[in-house]
Design a protein around this ligand. Structure first.
Ligand code: ATP
Length: 397
């Protein structure tokens, strides 16, 4: 096991900056997931750690040793790829033993390690088969086995489950989690799949255009996204955003925009007040001067996840949303909107609604029967709102 540190690591391919001054400290035994859109530099970052690419600037340390000039075979890392090319003419046993034989590991030591890994991965009864006689999931397990037998300090996994069908993916995801609990090997795992990221990662690192956006636990990333990009990337369907202004009134700090008006509560209200104080006091659409007490208004982006909007039919009294936390009793709806599309998923239903220029996604109780054209009264759970700087898109808290 090992700690992996990246210090201001940059990788350029000609004029393309694939990785841009990334610093990361991955603890011994940690499972770190790298996520981000296509082309954001995830695979390049992994290949830099593996030594398959040279860094342009910065340093990489594995267990406090600078490995910038250490060749891949001497870094003691094992990589598992999406296209796990197994040798078709070799048995499962030989596929797993191959790397160790190349390293001249003694024969009985190879046998012990292969059998132990096969046991861990439930491959013992398949050791004599060839890849063509295996299912996709079994093949992927052999690829993992090849990495495990090496007993490396670090596993580097590049979308290892993306070639599997949906059901197998879920199964292998659970197996990977169990494997990590058992082996405790430091793992850096690249994925597009945010469910994998949320369920496997001790921490998640979100990349965009080669730059690190946020590194935090899955819960922190979900509950306190650092900026609009992270907020929209993590969570499915994504967070709703409303452009408008925060404003200090006698009875608190309010957000207004696109027909929505709501008072901010608790820590968010304090953060919004601080945001108002640090602004120049001018909203873009009017020139209200901020006073010393923080009076005034400032452009901002309000964020609310679909699961934090409660909906009831506009002409009915009862709240039919999926939860009641954060809404004061007797509080009226924040918005009345029209149902455009209803998407039932079984355990929950997502509804796409519009109100004037505003379009929102809302999660509702699957028992609620809705049709396009229905009118919904929406109440935002004020304890779960997010607020972002309109210019930098960074979270204000
Ligand atoms: P995906 O999720 O699509 O696999 P990624 O996040 O892994 O994408 P990378 O493969 O790391 O992204 O690529 C990052 C950027 O670097 C992209 O713009 C890509 O085109 C560029 N790039 C990667 N490898 C090379 C290379 N060998 N030569 C030139 N440009 C490259």
């Amino acid at each position: 096991m090992a700690r992996v540190q990246l210090v201001e690591v940059t990788k350029r391919f000609g004029s393309t900056v694939a990785v841009d001054r990334v610093s990361l400290d991955i603890a011994d035994g940690e499972f770190l997931v790298l996520v981000g859109p296509s082309g954001c530099g995830k695979s390049t970052l992994l290949r830099l750690i593996a030594g398959l690419e040279d860094v342009t600037e910065g340093e990489i340390y594995i267990d406090d040793r600078n490995v910038n000039d250490v060749p891949p075979k001497d870094r003691d890392v094992a990589m598992v790829f999406q296209n796990y090319a197994l040798y078709p003419h070799m048995t499962v046993y030989d596929n797993m033993a191959f790397g160790l034989r190349m390293r001249k590991v003694p024969r009985d030591e190879i046998d012990r390690r292969v059998r132990q890994a096969a046991e861990t991965l439930g491959l013992t009864h398949l050791l004599k088969r060839r890849p063509a006689q295996l299912s996709g999931g079994q093949r992927q397990r052999v690829a993992l086995g090849r990495a495990i037998v090496r007993d490396p300090k670090v596993f580097l996994m590049d979308e290892p489950l993306s070639n599997l069908d949906a059901q197998l993916r879920v199964q292998m995801r659970t197996e990977l989690a169990r494997l990590h609990q058992r082996l405790g090997t430091t793992t850096i795992y690249v994925t597009h799949d945010q469910v994998e990221a949320m369920t496997l990662g001790d921490r998640i690192a979100v990349l965009r255009d080669g730059k690190l956006q946020q590194v935090a636990t899955p819960h922190e990333i979900y509950a306190r996204p650092a900026n609009v990009f992270v907020a929209s990337f993590i969570g499915s369907p994504p967070m709703n955003f409303v452009r408008g202004q925060v404003e200090s009134r006698e009875d608190g700090v309010w957000f207004t925009g696109e027909g929505l008006t709501c008072r901010l509560e608790g820590e968010l209200a304090e953060a919004a007040a601080a945001y108002l104080r640090t602004g120049d006091g001018f909203g873009s659409s009017d020139g209200d001067r901020a006073g010393a007490s923080g009076q005034g208004r400032r452009d901002a982006i309000l964020g609310v996840r679909p699961e934090h909007v409660q909906a009831r039919l506009a002409d009915e009294g009862s709240v039919a949303g999926t939860g009641a936390s954060g809404v004061a009793a007797g509080q009226g709806p924040h918005l009345v909107a029209t149902v455009e599309v209803v998407e039932p998923l079984g355990a929950e239903t997502y509804v796409y609604v519009t109100a004037g220029s505003l379009a929102l996604t809302v999660r509702v109780d699957p028992r609620m029967v809705l049709r396009p054209g229905d009118r919904l009264a929406l109440t935002l759970e004020t304890g779960h709102l997010h607020l972002f700087d309109a210019a930098t898109e960074a979270s204000v808290w």
